[in-house]
Design a protein around this ligand. Structure first.
Ligand SMILES: [Zn+2]
Length: 76
């Protein structure tokens, strides 16, 4: 797995979804990633997207909505 740690306790969680054109890396809060990794529970991205990150992450472009929110948080 590949994680990108940021100053705002948020990471990028690359994900692949079958039959979904929305193939992006989404920003997800660390405190949501941990229980998901352990228990397999869904995570919620900054953009509001919810999914269970079970597949091997690959390189995808960062979700534009997540990126926008992330940048606004960084400027805070
Ligand atoms: Zn997103």
């Amino acid at each position: 797995m590949t994680f990108f740690t940021t100053d705002t306790e948020t990471i990028v969680k690359p994900t692949v979804e079958d039959g979904d054109h929305d193939r992006f890396s989404h920003y997800v809060k660390k405190d949501e990633i941990l229980p998901s990794t352990i228990e397999g529970t869904p995570v919620k991205a900054l953009c509001g997207k919810v999914w269970v990150p079970t597949r091997d992450p690959k390189r995808y472009p960062v979700c534009p909505t997540c990126k926008e929110i992330m940048e606004s948080l960084s400027n805070d």
